[in-house]
Design a protein around this ligand. Structure first.
Ligand SMILES: Nc1ncnc2c1ncn2[C@@H]1O[C@H](COP(=O)(O)OP(=O)(O)OP(=O)(O)O)[C@@H](O)[C@H]1O
Length: 281
C-alpha cells in the first residue's frame, strides 16, 4: 500500500471570506483505509469536497494518481515519471454523500440510483447496456436490496437508502471510495454487514471514511486523521486519549466495552471552544 493515490499539499479552503481548512497535508495510499474524525464543523466534509473537486481550494494543491502515465512509461521503457497529476478524472472515485444532503423526493428508483454510478461509462443519450444492468443486479444483491429494485427512493427506510447510495458509490469499481457518515440511519444488523463489505472492497480499493463514531472507526481503519481546521495524521490506529483530546479540544476517553470500544466524554464545561457533539445538540 505504498503507492500514493492522492497527495494533498498545503491546502486551505473555505466559504466566501471564511477559512475552514488551513495548511492541510495528507497522502492517501493505494488500498489505504483512512478514517477521518473530528469535532462538528471541523471541516471534514469540506476536505472531502475538495478531494472530489466539488470545492476549489483557496491555496495549495491536490494531486491524483494516473495509472495510465505509469503504464505508458513502463511500455515505452522510458524513465518513470511521477504518476501524480492535478487531473482529478485520472483517478476513479466513488462517493457516498452525507444522508441529509440527499433529495428524497427526487423520482428515481433503487436500480436507477445504483446504475447512475455508471453514468460516466456511457454517453448522455445512450441507454445502459445489458452488462451494466447485470452489474447493477449483482450490486443490489450485495447490498441486500433484492425485491426493492423498482421502489422509489422516497419510499425507502433511511438504512435502505444508505445501502442504495453505497451501491452507487462502488458499482464502477473505483480506486477510491469516499464515505461521509455511512452508518447514519443504518440499522445495527446492516452496520456489521457494512463494515464487512468495506473490508471486502478494501482488498482492491482505498477507502476514506468520515465518521463521528470514533470507537467503531478505530476498529475498522488502517490510518486515522483528525480534522479541526488543520489536519493531524496518525499512520495507524494506536491513538492515545491525549491525541484525541488535543485534536477535539475536548476531553475524550476510549473505553473497552464488549467487542466494541466506544467513547465517552469526561466531565467538562461545554461551550467556549469545545467541539464535542453534545455542544451541538
Ligand atoms: N456551503 C457552505 N457555505 C458556508 N459555510 C459552510 C458551507 N458548508 C459548510 N460550511 C461551514 O464550514 C464549517 C465546516 O463544515 P464541514 O461541513 O466541513 O464540517 P464537518 O467537520 O464535516 O462537520 P460535521 O461533523 O458537523 O458534519 C462549518 O462551520 C460549516 O458551517
Amino acid at each position: 500500500m505504498n503507492t500514493p493515490l492522492i497527495e494533498i499539499k498545503n491546502l486551505s479552503a473555505g466559504y466566501e471570506s471564511r477559512t475552514v481548512l488551513r495548511d492541510v497535508n495528507l497522502t492517501v495510499y493505494d488500498r489505504d483505509f483512512l478514517g477521518i474524525i473530528g469535532p462538528n464543523g471541523g471541516g471534514k466534509t469540506t476536505l472531502i469536497k475538495c478531494i472530489l473537486g466539488l470545492l476549489k481550494p483557496t491555496a495549495g494543491e491536490i494531486l491524483y494518481s494516473d495509472k495510465r502515465l505509469a503504464m505508458s512509461d513502463k511500455q515505452e521503457g522510458t524513465a518513470q515519471r511521477s504518476s501524480l497529476t492535478t487531473n482529478r478524472s485520472s483517478l476513479k472515485m466513488g462517493y457516498l454523500p452525507q444522508y441529509n444532503s440527499i433529495d428524497r423526493k427526487f423520482p428515481i428508483t433503487v436500480e436507477e440510483v445504483i446504475l447512475s454510478g455508471l453514468s460516466s461509462q456511457k454517453s448522455l443519450i445512450s441507454h445502459f447496456t445489458a452488462s451494466h444492468r447485470e452489474k447493477a443486479r449483482q450490486v443490489i444483491a450485495r447490498m441486500g436490496l433484492e425485491g426493492l429494485e423498482e421502489r422509489a427512493i422516497g419510499a425507502l427506510s433511511g438504512g435502505q437508502l444508505q445501502r442504495a447510495l453505497l451501491g452507487r458509490a462502488i458499482i464502477s469499481d473505483p480506486e477510491l471510495v469516499v464515505l461521509d457518515e455511512p452508518s447514519t440511519y443504518i440499522d445495527k444488523r446492516f452496520e456489521a454487514r457494512l463494515y464487512e463489505l468495506l473490508a471486502e472492497i478494501n482488498h482492491d480499493c482505498a477507502i476514506i471514511l468520515v465518521s463521528h463514531d470514533i470507537g467503531t472507526v478505530l476498529q475498522q481503519v488502517k490510518s486515522i486523521a483528525c480534522v479541526n481546521e488543520t489536519l493531524d495524521y496518525h499512520p495507524d490506529t494506536g491513538v492515545s486519549e491525549e491525541w484525541l483530546e488535543r485534536n477535539f479540544n475536548c476531553p475524550i476517553e476510549l473505553l473497552g466495552h464488549g467487542a466494541l470500544p466506544h467513547r465517552i466524554l469526561a466531565e467538562h464545561k461545554h461551550g467556549e471552544g469545545c467541539g464535542c457533539c453534545h455542544c451541538e445538540e
